[in-house]
Design a protein around this ligand. Structure first.
Ligand code: NAP
Length: 329
């Protein structure tokens, strides 16, 4: 089968389209014919070995795992003998982060108990492939970490990107008042997906506006804990989703000190892909409460271009990969 692989760490130039062995499912696995995938931060972090310590698990000098791609949508091609929930032909979507990545390929195996679900009926494969990692990360940040409640004032920093466009819509579905932060060219789009207010971060510093929020979901990770403290209301929760070493250390070291001396809370989390949250998202998507925003689609052979574009950090929604198959497959 065709797959994107990398044999050395580096820029997207190291990514190559190669013929590799087609996987066969174990007893508890489904073999998925991948029809679409999407770009996520773990992709460029893996091939760039960024942060450096990722080399401790994936090989100091060269990557042990050479596959990339977290999100996929496609059709079940075959199932292992113990699989009970899926059968060949089922249209599914899922997140293979915990199974060695590998969504940028024609086929992928994963356990049926993994972050896998039947595809929302109203979505194309491309739309479905844009959902799993970004939407579940947004959902867990808002609901599990942020304890979102109806009527709250919620601020989404990085509202126009992959996670942000889902976060705005998910926060609205919980009955909150949402303010989205992004640059000028994305203000209209963020308004169009439901944000009540929008702030252009190039023109306005929301930490100095005097506005207070019950929940801040920070996907951009560009500011400091002390600035965000000012923008939180009493008992407000700041949830760091985006990753930079500086932002993470700020939350992990200063956050607990601020929390001890007051009622505001600072948290950082790693999303945990799972089947229950995918089903939760499927229901929101089928109800039309959340609609994927897709910026661009690239064919599998152009994954390096797709990642180059995505890693600049200014995509409008998700960057999607279409996986075409030879007709005799
Ligand atoms: N915690 C977790 O479990 C988890 C899981 C997955 C990903 N992540 C992290 O989430 C982050 C972003 O993911 P993504 O896929 O959503 O990225 P993305 O699609 O590139 O979106 C980035 C967003 O940030 C905005 N932005 C850039 N600079 C900003 C600033 N100074 N102030 C406010 N907004 C700004 C961009 O808006 P404009 O284009 O308008 O500038 C864009 O909306 C990455 O750091 C990734 O590592 C974390």
């Amino acid at each position: 089968m065709k797959a994107i692989v990398y044999y050395n760490y580096g820029s997207p130039d190291v990514l190559q389209l190669k013929e590799v062995e087609k996987p066969t499912p174990e007893d508890d696995e489904v073999l998925i014919k991948v029809l679409a995938a999407s770009a996520n931060a773990p992709d460029w972090r893996a091939h760039r070995a960024d942060p450096f310590f990722t080399r401790l698990s994936n090989g100091l000098l060269k990557p042990k795992n050479k596959m990339l791609g977290v999100d996929l949508a496609g059709r079940v091609e075959a199932v292992g003998r113990n699989v009970i929930q899926y059968q060949p032909g089922d249209e599914i979507f899922g997140d293979v982060f915990e199974y060695g990545l590998g969504a940028f390929a024609e086929y992928k195996c994963m356990p049926e108990e993994g972050a896998l679900a039947i595809k929302p009926t109203n979505l194309t494969f491309e739309e479905a492939a844009s959902v799993p990692s970004a939407a579940v990360t947004a959902l867990q940040g808002l609901r599990d970490q942020g304890q979102i409640q109806p009527g709250q004032k919620v601020l989404i920093i990085g509202a126009s990107g992959g996670i942000g466009t889902f976060a705005v819509q998910i926060a609205k579905s919980f009955g909150t008042e949402v303010t989205g932060v992004c640059s000028a060219r994305n203000l209209d789009m963020v308004r169009s997906i439901g944000a009540d207010q929008v702030i252009d971060y190039t023109q306005e510093d929301f930490t100095k506006s005097g506005q207070h929020y019950d929940l801040i979901l920070d996907i951009a990770a560009k500011g400091s804990v002390s600035d965000y403290k000012r923008a939180l209301g009493p008992k407000g929760i700041y949830v760091l989703t985006g990753f930079t070493m500086a932002a993470m250390f700020g939350v992990l070291f200063l956050g607990p000190r601020i929390s001890r001396t007051g009622s505001k809370k600072f948290v950082y989390y790693g999303a945990k892909p799972n089947n229950k949250d995918l089903v939760f998202m499927k229901e929101l998507l089928e109800a039309g409460k959340v609609v994927p925003v897709i910026d661009r689609c690239y064919p599998l052979s152009e994954v390096p271009e797709a990642i180059r574009y995505y890693e600049k950090g200014h995509a409008q929604g998700k960057v999607v990969i279409t996986v075409e198959h030879n007709t005799e497959d």
